[in-house]
Write a protein that binds this ligand. Structure first.
Ligand SMILES: [Zn+2]
Length: 218
C-alpha cells in the first residue's frame, strides 16, 4: 500500500501566489501536487530556505508531506506554468467556520474520520477510513475530486470536504463483500453505537496489519 500523507489540508484563506486574501464566493482554483513538483519548490522557496538554514543549524525539521494542496486566484492560476497536477478543480471560496467544536458532542462519522486520520496510527485504520469516506461521500459531505493510481498500484481517492474545503487522500483497500460487515462493525463500535467487546481478549473485528498486532498483545 502506497505511503500516503493522511493529514487533512485546509483550503487557504489567500492565494498562494499573490497572497491576496480570497473574498467570499470568489472563484478559487485548487489542486493537489506532489511535494517534489517544481511549482511547490517555487512557491515555498522562502520557507524551504528557512528550513534548510534551520536544519544546517542542527534544529529539528518536520518531514515534508508527500502531497500539498494549493489554492490560487483566477489571475494567478492563468499565469501558472503547467504542472503535473494530481487533481485540479475550481469552486467558490467559503470562509472557514469559526464556531468552536463542542467537545461533548457525540462522535459522528465525520468527527470519527477526522480523529482516525489525525490519530497516531492512521495506517491501522485504512479500511475504516475508506468506508467512512464512502459514507460521507454518499451523504454529500465529501466530494470525490479525483481517483489516482499510486506507483505501487494502490488506488487513491482525492476527496474534498464540501463545506470546509479540506482535502483528504484516501487509499482504497479494495474491500471484498466479505470484509465490509467487519469494517462496519468496527465503525459502529468506534461511534459507540454498539457495546464494547466483553473483554480485552475478544477477537478483533477486523484483521489488523501485522505491525499493529505485534505492538498490541491483546
Ligand atoms: Zn493570486
Amino acid at each position: 500500500m502506497a505511503r500516503i500523507d493522511w493529514n487533512l489540508r485546509s483550503r487557504s484563506r489567500a492565494c498562494m501566489k499573490c497572497a491576496r486574501p480570497f473574498e467570499e464566493k470568489e472563484t478559487v482554483r485548487s489542486g493537489v501536487l506532489a511535494f517534489e513538483a517544481p511549482l511547490v519548490a517555487e512557491l515555498f522557496a522562502e520557507k524551504l530556505a528557512e528550513e534548510a538554514a534551520a536544519a544546517a543549524a542542527g534544529q529539528p525539521v518536520k518531514p515534508h508531506p508527500e502531497y500539498v494542496r494549493l489554492d490560487f486566484c483566477e489571475d494567478c492560476w492563468k499565469a501558472l506554468a503547467p504542472a503535473d497536477w494530481i487533481s485540479v478543480w475550481k469552486g467558490p471560496y467559503v470562509p472557514p467556520e469559526t464556531a468552536p467544536e463542542d467537545p461533548l458532542r457525540k462522535a459522528t462519522p465525520e468527527t470519527l474520520l477526522r480523529s482516525l486520520i489525525e490519530g497516531e496510527e492512521p495506517e491501522n485504520h485504512i479500511q475504516a477510513i475508506y468506508l467512512l469516506s464512502v459514507m460521507l461521500e454518499r451523504k454529500r459531505i465529501l466530494v470525490e475530486r479525483a481517483l489516482k493510481t499510486a506507483p505501487d498500484g494502490t488506488l487513491v481517492h482525492v476527496y474534498e470536504h464540501r463545506r470546509s474545503g479540506d482535502i483528504l487522500l484516501v487509499a482504497d483497500p479494495r474491500l471484498t463483500d466479505d470484509e465490509i460487515p467487519g469494517v462496519q462493525a468496527e465503525i459502529e463500535l468506534l461511534l459507540g453505537l454498539r457495546p464494547s467487546p466483553p473483554s480485552p481478549s475478544a477477537p478483533n473485528l477486523v484483521s489488523l496489519p501485522e505491525d499493529r498486532a505485534k505492538e498490541d498483545p491483546t
